[in-house]
Design a protein around this ligand. Structure first.
Ligand SMILES: Cc1cc2nc3c(=O)[nH]c(=O)nc-3n(C[C@H](O)[C@H](O)[C@H](O)COP(=O)(O)OP(=O)(O)OC[C@H]3O[C@@H](n4cnc5c(N)ncnc54)[C@H](O)[C@@H]3O)c2cc1C
Length: 460
């Protein structure tokens, strides 16, 4: 419990308009995009670095847990204040401090919404590629803390590939800088890379310098339908091998696409078992050349149908199918367990087949879709907790899926992080010694375990 005197001190130091303990605030900041919730005792909205430092100093002196929070659209409970205490919400620190067209970089505060940054840099002919599907709401701070990925990872990589430098505060309120505004920097231990993806457990990020690249001038998208799941999954590797250099490759299985069609009130071809959406980008001549090559590849492969989208309206319509998967799936069953496993790309067809087999054997609905170009398979267990034995069967299946993923050298999380929900599965991927090293790292940054406690591992 935060002492009333301490609450008053925080209010006095920051100003009343930045500190809230009203019920509606505690409720609003008690959950994220998971179904979990745990209320804080105090919600604070820093507006600058000094505010962050003041909050942390008081919290540290009084041993109060602190949980950083961006937009709260994380999928693993990362911004849920599991041990109560203070939630630091970054939505008021949402300024783009600089877009430097000479050095190809942007400096931003952590609360900048990802899409807003993309739009602003594009106005200057530059490109910030990381594009999590939550980009309209999620913040750069949250993206950095989760090392978020997205549709374009195959070609452009994940958030971490664009982080040049960070400024951050330790739990003590001391400030550190990690990285430099240059592409190459090998001086010392790579603290920047350690902080990226650390899920707010090591330091509170206050400023981010991001790398920008020239904006591709032209894009074309394709939707290719298949009458077999395997053919669809194998097509991805085949297309990549044929050197078409895609900027996005998305796979959608029948179960996911039929949910979207139902959701949008459309009817679906009976034969369709899988759909692949591919985007090419670059300069016009180059894209035209690769487009023709891709159409040749499609002609020589066993496909049902191929649709080409060239205008932005056509492309928007085509990608809408992909964007509507998440809301459409929620109509299938009341509970969704959303796993973001990732496997080496050659293992995709085998993994897809394995999960389908498990779904049949254990009588579960498990739609699959994802960024298959980078091996990321979104595996959604759509469950009805009212059905006898369904939750127990889901647990067995999850166990088998994670064991399989690790056995083929994949990872239990490609983009959502570990947070609360994936903690039980860390033991599949890491040895005792490796987990012990994680603990020692956490202790080096946060010996009292006050910063986002209860996430990634139980560090106490
Ligand atoms: C519909 C939907 C689609 C999604 N699609 C994708 C996707 O395609 N790819 C993907 O990677 N993820 C995806 N996600 C997950 C989520 O959007 C990302 O994890 C995103 O990065 C979260 O950003 P946020 O601002 O909401 O962070 P939050 O959820 O608020 O926080 C996430 C983590 O970041 C920490 N954090 C936040 N700000 C700071 C800071 N300033 N300093 C230190 N730590 C901080 C928090 O403590 C927490 O651990 C999706 C989620 C939804 C709901």
């Amino acid at each position: 419990m935060i002492d009333k005197k301490v609450m008053d001190e925080i209010r006095k130091t920051l100003g009343k308009q930045k500190v809230f303990s009203d019920k509606e605030y505690l409720l609003t900041y008690s959950y994220d995009a998971t179904a979990l919730e745990s209320p804080p005792e105090l919600v604070v909205f820093p507006e600058n670095e000094k505010d962050i430092q003041r909050i942390l100093k008081i919290a540290y002196q009084n041993k109060i847990p602190v949980t950083p929070r961006g937009a709260g659209v994380g999928y693993t409970g990362g911004s849920i204040p599991l041990k109560g205490g203070i939630v630091i919400v970054f939505t008021r620190m949402n300024r783009i401090l600089a877009i430097d067209t000479e050095n190809f970089l942007a400096e931003v505060e952590p609360g900048v919404v990802t899409q807003h940054l993309q739009e602003e840099v594009e106005k200057k002919g530059l490109f910030y590629p990381p594009d999590p599907a939550s980009l309209k709401t999620s913040t750069i701070g949250g993206n950095v803390a989760e090392n978020a990925g997205g549709l374009r990872c195959y070609k452009y990589g994940v958030t971490g590939h664009y982080v040049l430098a960070l400024e951050a505060f330790l739990i003590t309120g001391e400030k550190i800088k990690a990285g430099s505004p240059v592409i190459k920097d090998v001086a010392g231990y790579n603290l920047k890379s350690l902080l990226v993806g650390s899920e707010g457990t090591l330091a509170v990020v206050s400023k981010i310098t991001l790398r920008l690249i020239p904006l591709p001038q032209y894009r074309v998208s394709f939707r290719v339908d298949f009458n077999s799941l395997q053919k669809g999954a194998e097509f991805i590797n085949y297309a990549i091998r044929n050197n078409i250099d895609p900027s996005a490759i998305e796979f959608i299985d029948r179960s996911s696409i039929s949910a979207v069609y139902q959701y949008l009130g459309l009817s679906l071809d009976d034969q369709l078992q899988a759909t692949v959406i591919i985007e090419l980008d670059g300069n016009r001549l180059d894209v035209e050349e690769r487009k023709n090559k891709f159409l040749e590849i499609v002609k020589n492969y066993d496909t049902l149908h191929c649709q080409v989208a060239e205008t932005s309206a056509e492309q928007e319509k085509l990608w809408d199918i992909r964007r509507n998967i998440s809301p459409a799936l929620t109509k299938l069953n009341p509970k969704k367990i959303n796993e973001d496993i990732v496997v080496p790309t050659a293992e995709i067809p085998g993994t897809v087949e394995y999960i389908n087999r498990l779904a049949k054997e254990y009588d579960l609905v498990i739609p699959l879709f994802g960024h298959f170009g980078d091996g990321n398979i979104h595996t959604n267990l759509m469950l009805n907790p009212e059905k006898p034995g369904e939750m127990e069967r889901a647990e067995i299946v999850l166990d088998k899926i994670f064991s399989h993923v690790v056995s083929v050298k994949g990872s239990i999380s490609g983009e959502h992080g570990i947070g609360i929900t994936k903690k039980p599965f860390m033991k599949y991927q890491f040895t005792e010694l490796e987990l012990e090293l994680f603990k020692r790292l956490k202790q080096a940054f946060d010996p009292e375990n006050l910063l986002n406690p209860g996430k990634i591992l139980n560090f106490e």
